[in-house]
Unconditional design. Structure first.
Length: 579
């Protein structure tokens, strides 16, 4: 299914060509002046340079051709104007708007455009260290990565999401060393609570106890070399920790296709080193092995450290080995890394090293999709009242409790028992947290504001959910089945504005995927909800006396609900029946 912009581009490009200009000038955009027109084309400015004439002359020629050629059924244009100094303003005919909306209604993919060249994409997001509780610093990677995965998949790509666990580094050596010191050979059953206490204790201890630190580093090296006892303890730590991680991620509707960790790349490390050696890229430096990845950089580019002097692997080693593994397992066209902005240099080094080694080719795209930090009202990274880093589980509970408090006196849910209200409160809370994050471009920092995010007004998750429940209420009251049916006619500006927003939604998905930025989807979901709200205020849909008119309105709100739901699903947000 073509988007409205693709359809208009083809039409206007043909008109430019017929007028004697290059078709490339027929690019159409959504108008930034809705009071003047719905769409616009500024190509006359470029076209006029071909013939050294005023842009308005080219605009007039193209506008005239478009109007003369508009003889189809339905006709496309209500008005096409050439406006000085050379703009082409386009307004679509109501019958064409209805036709386009019915195309969306009949589209199995809910109006979401499919890519013409589906690709295999691996998305690396999450990146938690096992044996450590998830904290709010893990939130953005999880929900941004999940939404980009869903977006790329909805548009027809094969997408593989990998959590990429940190399960093979020094933290494992620290935990095992502390467990051995405490319990010797009789380590009790390992639990999440035990790990939550042992790791920070061992980490702090290593900063003041050189002997303990050296022991932990030695255990890490032996673990990575396959020490049977340490491998057995490590497997138990992984089992307990991953089970806990899955529960918390699931509560956020974040799901990974792969639960691979750095350890899964271990078997590829020797092959990686062999490739780097064969390409004459390895350089010995103070007993360590490095790769020079500098180019014509404005600032010095540090080398990639592959092996330490005691033969241990580094983050870069496992990241490169993981790329090798992914190329063998999936042969992806693209690998995207959803990681904190502060890791930009590391991934630049890794990507360069992978390219130099020939692990990836020019056709393979590796892209760092950096994100900013979630800050408190003071503009600094969000902390607990005590000044510590808040656990993600505690954040979810805090927002859920706030949402529950807002629901207690709601007339709409008074028939629910407490358990049902708490389930609803959690869905509202998750929508608030996710939407409050994703409405910002992923690269930017933002302020986490619980009161603002839980508000039923403005650009919030609850506001959008509330408008979906309004549609549910109308459909229930009228006995409509909620299945979008063909639209025959519409009358008001509110209907026209909503339809226009619906038919432009496909273009929004294209923009969001091109920029790997879910905020486009958030903004459009809000605009759809807001336009529905205006329709709700001006039309008494449930009590409309004209049956044909009522059916058209029901058709419109049904496709609106379906489209908003598709947006929310892409964001990993569940709708609710009432609230």
């Amino acid at each position: 299914m073509y988007t409205i912009i693709e359809l208009l581009n083809q039409c206007v490009s043909n008109a430019f060509e017929e007028a004697g200009y290059d078709a490339k000038f027929g690019t159409v955009t959504i108008s930034d002046r809705a009071d003047l027109c719905q769409f616009q084309c500024n190509g006359a400015f470029g076209a006029s340079k071909q013939f050294r004439q005023a842009p308005f002359i080219a605009a007039e020629k193209v506008a005239e051709i478009l109007l003369k050629s508009d003889i189809g059924n339905p006709r496309k244009f209500e008005k096409i104007e050439a406006v000085k100094p050379g703009f082409i303003n386009i307004t679509l005919a109501d019958e064409y708007l209805a036709y386009l909306l019915n195309e969306i209604i009949n589209d199995a993919n809910r109006g979401i455009p499919l890519v013409t060249d589906p690709q295999t994409i691996v998305i690396d997001y999450g990146g938690p260290n096992v044996a450590k509780p998830l904290h709010i610093g893990h939130l953005r990677a999880a929900i941004i990565g999940e939404s980009i995965k869903r977006l790329a998949s909805a548009m027809g790509n094969k997408v593989i999401g990998d959590v990429h666990l940190g399960d093979w580094g020094l933290q494992m050596g620290l935990i095992i060393a502390e467990l051995k010191e405490r319990y010797g050979d009789s380590i009790p059953e390992i639990t999440v609570d035990m790990l939550s206490e042992v790791y920070p204790f061992a980490s702090a201890k290593s900063k003041n106890d050189e002997v303990f630190k050296d022991k932990a580093q030695e255990i890490t090296s032996q673990l990575q070399s396959g020490h049977p006892e340490y491998i057995k303890i490590w497997k138990e730590i992984i089992k307990v920790s991953v089970s806990d991680l899955k529960n918390i991620y699931s509560s956020l509707s974040v799901n990974f296709d792969l639960w691979y960790g750095e350890s899964d790349a271990q078997e590829y490390v020797d092959e990686l080193v062999g490739i780097l050696n064969e390409k004459n890229l390895l350089i010995e430096s103070d007993g360590a092995l490095i790769v020079d990845v500098s180019e014509n950089d404005s600032e010095p580019m540090p080398p990639v450290l592959i092996k330490t002097s005691n033969n241990s692997n580094l983050y870069a080693t496992t990241d490169l080995a993981t790329i090798l593994q992914r190329m063998k397992d999936f042969n992806p066209d693209k690998i995207w890394y959803v990681v904190d902005n502060r890791q930009s240099l590391h991934f630049k080094q890794v990507f360069r090293c992978a390219a130099k080694a020939g692990i990836v080719s020019e056709k393979n795209e590796m892209e760092f999709l950096g994100f900013g930090t979630m800050n408190g009202s003071d503009g600094k990274p969000y902390k607990t009242r005590e000044g510590g880093v808040m656990k993600l589980e505690d954040l979810i509970k805090t927002v859920t409790d706030e949402a529950f408090g807002n629901l207690v006196n709601s007339e709409h849910v008074k028939a629910m028992n407490e358990e049902e209200k708490r389930t609803l409160a959690k869905k509202i809370a998750i929508s608030a947290v996710k939407f409050g994050d994703l409405i910002n471009h992923r690269s930017r920092d933002y302020i986490f504001d619980i009161d603002k995010f839980l508000s039923f007004e403005g650009k919030t998750g609850p506001y959008i959910l509330y408008n979906v429940t309004r549609i549910n209420s109308i459909l229930k009251k009228t006995g409509a089945d909620g299945v979008a049916k063909p639209l025959t006619a519409f009358e008001t500006k509110a209907e026209r504005d909503l339809i226009l927003k619906l038919i432009c939604s496909g273009e929004v998905f294209k923009q969001a995927l091109a920029d790997k930025a879910p905020n486009y989807i958030c903004e459009n979901a809000y605009q759809l909800a807001n336009n529905f709200s205006k329709l709700y205020q001006c039309c008494n849909i449930a009590n409309e006396p004209n049956e044909e008119r009522k059916n058209d309105l029901l058709a419109l709100i049904s496709v609106t609900k379906r489209t908003i739901t598709a947006h929310l699903d892409t964001l990993g947000i569940e709708t609710v029946e009432n609230m």
